[in-house]
Design a protein around this ligand. Structure first.
Ligand SMILES: Nc1ccn([C@@H]2O[C@H](COP(=O)(O)O)[C@@H](O)[C@H]2O)c(=O)n1
Ligand SMILES: C[C@@]1(CO)OP(=O)(O)OP(=O)(O)OC[C@H]1O
Length: 162
């Protein structure tokens, strides 16, 4: 049986933090606030994968009250989630991700994010599609108060008998 999952996350932009998206360190005057590295794109993908597994969300697996996750690289969390997918006998078929961000321009960084996610999830880069869009200056994202990301994934059985 194939399984679908959806993930959504938002983090606030603040001065004095690095901007890490999809594991890529992006040159910008603000970064995302959070207990972890606040990689909103990795979090949306992680939630989509956990959703497809029927395994809750990243807050349940990696609570923001746990000092082990302070400042953690969210790609490490994604790699742990990939282990759960392996254990349940599934493979990632494809992921489609949309980053909602007024600024900065993300197009130059999308390929590096794709490569990071493909490495963590052990798939070909073509299985991971990442898009960026603004909100045409509307709302909290348009005012530059934060960045959001959406992800949908399909998992397929690794073995014939599932
Ligand atoms: N942070 C962003 C947002 C968008 N892009 C690219 O610009 C294109 C146009 O964006 P609209 O919101 O005006 O539709 C979009 O398709 C992306 O290719 C970007 O690089 N960084
Ligand atoms: C991964 C975690 C760990 O603290 O990251 P945060 O930076 O707190 O990000 P959020 O998306 O609010 O919740 C997920 C958390 O579990």
């Amino acid at each position: 049986m194939i399984k679908i999952g959806h993930g959504f996350d938002v983090h606030r932009l603040v001065v004095g933090r690095k901007l890490i998206l999809g594991g890529v360190d992006i040159a910008y005057e603000q970064g995302l606030d959070g207990h972890s590295d606040a990689d909103v794109v990795a979090h949306a993908l992680s939630d989509a994968l956990l959703g497809a597994l029927g395994a809750g969300d990243i807050g349940r697996h990696f609570p923001d009250t746990d000092p082990r996750y302070r400042g953690i690289d969210s790609l490490l969390l994604l790699a742990e989630i990939q282990q759960l997918i392996d254990q349940q006998g599934y493979l990632l078929s494809n992921a489609d991700i949309t980053i909602v961000c007024q600024q900065p321009k993300l197009a130059p960084y999308l390929e590096a994010m794709q490569s990071n996610f493909a490495h963590c999830c052990r798939v070909q880069p073509q299985a991971i599609n990442i898009k960026a869009t603004t909100t045409e200056h509307l709302g909290y994202i348009g005012r530059g108060e934060g960045i959001a990301a959406h992800a949908v994934v399909l998992l397929r059985p690794a073995y014939e008998n599932k």
